[in-house]
Design a protein around this ligand. Structure first.
Ligand SMILES: Cc1cc2nc3c(=O)[nH]c(=O)nc-3n(C[C@H](O)[C@H](O)[C@H](O)COP(=O)(O)O)c2cc1C
Length: 318
């Protein structure tokens, strides 16, 4: 059982960042969500091909598909299997974005259990890879149908369900409801992976120890914090967790930056690294000022030099 997973997050968990998290101890990763329709219509489109990259470091990579037409999703899954790159297919039934959910994709499928069921069954029949589903608790407070959806998933041959403990209507507001996740776990015999608001390794370990889920999936808690997976591994092994030093943080930013420059055009790497850097330095002294300066820089070397000076100042002040 791969207990510690990195949640799929479009715009965040590209193959570079996933590789970093795996090096830190993450046991299973997911691609950012990929449109089944987009892939079937234009399989060679650059943006899609980029989403489909597997980092050689990844131990178990699941490709996540979204769509609303069962036949197209099943066909996309079949073609994904043919690439030989993935260890499983995940169906997105949780994306709350208006454009996605209101057209019946992502969390919108929770309003149409009949279509969701066909999608799960047809995908399971189309591939020999394990098929999993990621869902929310329901559309809103009046439609909390995740337990029924989970039972349907099990019937359709789905191997595992990840549940984000919020409704679509909540988006990211309020707190994730882990009691509801546990209730779903009690309803089905397939594994249930809990997701939502895990920001410390201690909390993740506690959720597992208290039987809330069979595994945990970490999203925002891993932004700028790949070390959370090292900490989970340490705590799970009964050891103390290692504190992240300033040197380590600086090295991580540099390693991440260099890998991005190697994989993407400079201007893309510079732009995408701005948000990662802001997460890596979040909470450190003077983070807001240095972030504002870096956001105006366009040359990678300029950014890395500014970062180095910033960390030097932090080390001297420590
Ligand atoms: C920026 C961002 C992008 C996301 N993209 C996806 C996605 O592509 N597929 C998906 O299933 N969930 C996506 N999610 C939802 C996360 O996987 C996760 O369910 C959610 O953030 C709750 O977990 P957390 O509290 O650990 O962040 C995204 C979340 C964020 C913040």
């Amino acid at each position: 059982m791969n207990r510690f997973r990195l949640a799929p997050m479009c715009g965040v968990t590209d193959h570079i960042y996933r590789g970093i998290c795996v090096r830190m101890g993450c046991e299973q990763t997911y691609t950012e969500m990929i449109s089944a329709m987009g892939y079937c219509c234009a399989p060679n489109q650059r943006a899609t091909q980029e989403l489909m990259i597997r980092n050689p470091l990844e131990k178990r990579l699941i490709v996540q598909l979204f769509g609303k037409d069962p036949a197209i999703v099943a066909e996309a899954a079949r073609r994904m299997e043919d690439t030989g790159r993935y260890d499983g297919i995940d169906l997105n039934m949780g994306c709350p974005a208006h454009k996605v959910a209101s057209s019946g994709e992502g969390a919108g499928l929770m309003l149409h259990p009949d279509i969701a069921f066909r999608m799960m069954r047809e995908t399971v029949e189309a591939v020999s890879l394990p098929v999993t589903v990621k869902m929310r608790l329901g559309w809103d407070d009046r439609h909390l149908n995740a337990p029924e959806m989970a039972q349907m998933a099990q019937e359709a041959g789905i191997r595992e369900i990840a549940v984000h403990g919020r409704t679509r209507a909540q988006q990211y507001a309020g707190a994730a409801d882990w009691e509801a996740i546990r209730e779903i776990r009690n309803r089905v015999s397939i594994p249930v992976i809990g997701n939502g608001d895990l920001f410390t390794a201690e909390d993740g370990i506690r959720k597992l120890a208290e039987g809330y889920a069979d595994g945990i999936m970490i999203g925002r808690g891993a932004m700028g914090n790949p070390w959370i997976f090292r900490e989970l591994q340490q705590l799970a092994a009964g050891r103390e967790k290692t504190e992240v030093t300033l040197d380590e943080r600086e090295d991580m930013i540099r390693t991440h930056y260099e890998a991005m420059l190697e994989a993407k055009p400079d201007f893309v790497a510079v732009r995408e690294m701005r948000k990662h850097i802001s997460w890596y330095i979040h909470g450190l002294r003077g983070a807001a000022q240095i972030r504002n300066r870096i956001n105006r820089m366009t040359e990678p070397e300029e950014v890395l030099t500014a970062m180095h000076r910033y960390f030097e100042e932090l080390r001297q002040a420590a």
